[in-house]
Write a protein that binds this ligand. Structure first.
Ligand SMILES: [Zn+2]
Ligand SMILES: [Zn+2]
Length: 165
């Protein structure tokens, strides 16, 4: 180990550079006291404290990067780590498709017309005269009646009724 390396390690191990003033070298045991005092003298610097270690003091724009790699961050404090969030989302999606959507058509093959004919949603009839509209309404009523009867026959589908008029 060279003299410079030794010196560097010594500094890293025994002395900490003050985040408020580069000329301040502080012993780790005195760091908390020093930071409290120095923060009052440098309140204009807009420095923030790391949520995981009060001796980590950085500028606001640097802290976002720091909390992701902070050595004091514990495993159970993941939510603050930005990289972990997409992973969590993917897991939730897999769970949903496993439990709820097994028998449903996949989104890519979704056909709105097919969906309309097979579900009690109100369909619109464009460019029809009064008689045609009346006939269409009668058809729709019959269709909804069939849905209601099916819903009543199958317990657990009561929520479908709320969509009917
Ligand atoms: Zn200081
Ligand atoms: Zn930290």
């Amino acid at each position: 180990m060279s003299a410079l390396e030794k010196k560097t390690q010594e500094v890293l191990l025994n002395w900490v550079k003050c985040p408020f003033d580069e000329d301040h070298r502080i012993l780790p045991t005195r760091l908390v006291i020093h930071l409290n005092r120095c923060a009052r003298n440098h309140s204009g610097l807009k420095m923030v404290r790391c949520p995981f270690d009060i001796t980590h003091v950085l500028k606001v724009n640097e802290m976002e990067g720091h909390v992701a790699i902070c050595p004091s961050r514990k495993k159970d404090e993941m939510p603050i780590c930005f990289e972990e969030l997409p992973e969590l989302k993917r897991q939730q999606q897999v769970e949903t498709s496993d439990t709820t959507w097994d028998d449903e058509p996949v989104v890519a093959t979704y056909d709105p017309q097919l969906y309309c004919a097979a579900n009690p949603v109100v369909r619109m009839l464009r460019g029809a005269n009064a008689t045609e509209r009346h006939q269409f309404r009668e058809q729709e009523r019959a269709r909804f009646r069939a849905f209601r009867e099916a819903a009543e026959a199958a317990p657990g589908k009561e929520d479908k009724k709320k969509e009917e008029k």
